[in-house]
Ligand binder design. Structure first.
Ligand SMILES: [Zn+2]
Length: 560
């Protein structure tokens, strides 16, 4: 046979799970010009697709490249709806800057792709790399080091963020929300006071410009400073801007612990008053006082959906979370930003005040340590103290014969505030209930920062759902789980033509073995790639083959 092949790529012999939740069916999938054609293997001989499939099955001449998917599932590429991967590709020496440099950065960047993620959505929990007023950008840049593990820049708007990424080749796609904490710091600075009317107008204008350029929606992290300094009315005003652009309000609730139900009601109120669709990030009821509370929050969400409200959530399949050590401190400790925090931590009287706040609580503040204890908080990343990594703050305190708050404070000062922790704060029953909720999609909440022992979710989330919760525990059907990772996610975040396998859709695919797929990443070896994820296709290019990166870099920043 001669001439141009009909397809650039043919994925042959697999069982297609198309991302809509419909039952799996045998089919071949052709790719040409970055778009899909579904080729039903048992269609009638007269149909064009049927004959193409038969000839493809008999000869590979119809395609420039063939992926053998016999015994495998072919699904749309996974959409990780909740990442903090905003800057990992932009990291300088560690990441290589061009996305191909140092080993640490490369290992972080590829972990997501190796688990089958073809689109990451960053800018979550109120934290993004844009927008800001021009005069605030230099100060913002210093603060973003803490969140993103290096100097990855700060950008005036979504277009600037996309342009910076445009210089860095990447395997998969990236979309970004507008983080409210960043937006607030980008106008007011990291200060504990209400926004003045002119400042709120400036925030609305910056938000609207970035949404118009293609940002995916508005996110808040109302437990984190400076987002936590905002009252409900400020967030309503901003969510109205998102609503006018038809984009969702995505929130890390003001409290996911003892006051999680009140915090959920605040989010519902923001959605109702603004008209924006509501998406609850990494839904959980954490800390001993809230364990089991998903038995109340999930029925509440189901009731709202039944009444016609557009509300969804995401979840990661682990009973531990991960965040900044500084977030364990009462909100006033962070007032004024990093330098102010470090100064307070150096003052014994201020430390005593923090100790008391943790012991007694502060109204309106989610007190992680008070809800759990320092023995549930381990150090994930402390670049200058690698021996602390993996240990709990309580263990470090015992070893040093010191008070845990002092150990945490000393560590923060020595690391210039840059310490990531893992918080073992949830129970399995709650995680399973959220995973099983029909409107819950999958997001890793991965925090890819160089060094240390990050939470294994960045490398393991999607295979863990498919291995542990689908195959081993039977909590979810395969088609249902894939829908949560693909079609449901794409619909929520406006990823038009993605998340489904159908004629004309973008050619983002994963080929995995349903009998093998499993996460191998652990808290001690957090970046181990999964098993059973054979091939990953982004925009029609094979970026992973036989579980290894091919070096193809078809990914880009998606303007939505
Ligand atoms: Zn969060």
């Amino acid at each position: 046979m001669t001439g141009t092949p009909r397809f650039d790529l043919l994925v042959r012999g697999g069982l297609v799970v198309d991302g809509t939740g419909r039952p799996a069916r045998p089919a071949d999938v052709g790719v040409s010009g970055g778009r899909l054609t579904v080729l039903p293997r048992d269609s009638s001989p007269g149909s064009a697709s049927g004959s193409a499939s038969r000839s493809a099955s008999g000869s590979v001449a119809d395609a420039a490249e063939v992926l053998d998917a016999r015994g495998r599932i072919v699904s749309p590429g996974f959409v990780d709806v909740h990442t903090h991967s905003d800057g990992v590709a932009l990291l300088g020496p560690l990441g290589g800057g061009d996305g191909s440099g140092g080993d640490a950065g490369r290992e972080l960047v590829r972990a997501s792709v190796l688990q089958g993620v073809t689109t990451e959505i960053c800018g979550n929990c109120g934290s993004s790399l844009f927008p800001a007023l021009p005069e605030r950008l230099a100060a913002m840049r210093a603060e973003t080091r803490i969140t993103f593990g290096g100097d990855v820049g700060a950008y005036a708007d979504f277009a600037g963020f996309a342009a910076a990424h445009g210089w860095v080749p990447r395997a998969n796609n990236l979309a970004s929300l507008v983080g409210h904490g960043t937006l607030r710091a980008g106008v007011l600075g990291p200060v504990d006071r209400p926004a003045r009317p002119a400042e709120l107008r400036a925030m609305c204008a910056l938000l609207d410009a970035s949404l118009a350029q293609g940002a995916a929606g508005l996110s808040t992290g109302l437990i984190y400073t400076p987002g936590s300094y905002a009252g409900t009315a400020e967030v309503v005003a901003l969510a109205e801007v998102a609503a006018r652009r038809g984009k969702p309000y995505v929130t890390h609730l003001r409290d996911e612990m003892s006051r999680v139900e009140e915090a959920l009601e605040e989010a519902i109120e923001i959605s109702r008053r603004s008209g924006a669709a509501l998406h609850v990030s990494h839904h959980k009821t954490a800390g001993r006082y809230a364990w089991g509370r998903t038995e109340r929050t999930l029925p509440r969400l189901a009731e709202l959906r039944a009444s016609g409200m557009d509300v969804t959530c995401d979840v990661y399949p682990y009973t531990a979370g991960s965040t900044a050590l500084a977030a364990m401190l009462p909100p006033w400790a962070n007032d004024g930003g990093l330098r102010a925090l470090t100064a307070r931590l150096g003052d014994p009287a201020q430390r005593d005040r923090m100790r008391r706040a943790i012991a007694e609580g502060v109204p309106g503040w989610e007190n992680t340590v008070g809800n759990g204890g320092w023995d549930r908080i381990s150090v994930a990343c402390a670049p200058r103290h690698p021996r602390a990594e993996g240990a709990t703050i309580a263990d470090l305190a015992t070893a040093a014969g010191a008070d845990p708050l002092d150990v945490a404070a000393d560590l923060l000062v020595a690391e210039d505030g840059e310490v990531t922790i893992i918080s073992h704060s949830m129970i399995e029953d709650d995680v399973r209930r959220v995973l099983a909720a029909p409107y819950a999609m999958i997001g890793s909440d991965g925090v890819p920062k160089p060094g240390g022992r990050p939470h294994p979710r960045w490398a393991g989330t999607f295979p863990r759902v498919l291995g542990r919760y689908v195959r081993e525990l039977g909590l979810l059907g395969l088609e249902e789980a894939v829908h949560k990772m693909t079609g449901m996610a794409a619909a929520r975040f406006g990823l038009t033509g993605r998340g489904v396998i159908r004629d004309g859709a973008h050619a983002d695919l994963v080929v995995f073995d349903p009998a093998e797929v499993a996460d191998l990443a652990t808290f001690t070896e957090p970046l181990l790639p999964p098993t059973g994820v054979g091939a990953v296709v982004v925009g029609g290019a094979v970026v992973v083959r036989d579980g290894e990166e091919t070096g193809a870099r078809p990914g880009r920043v998606l303007a939505l």
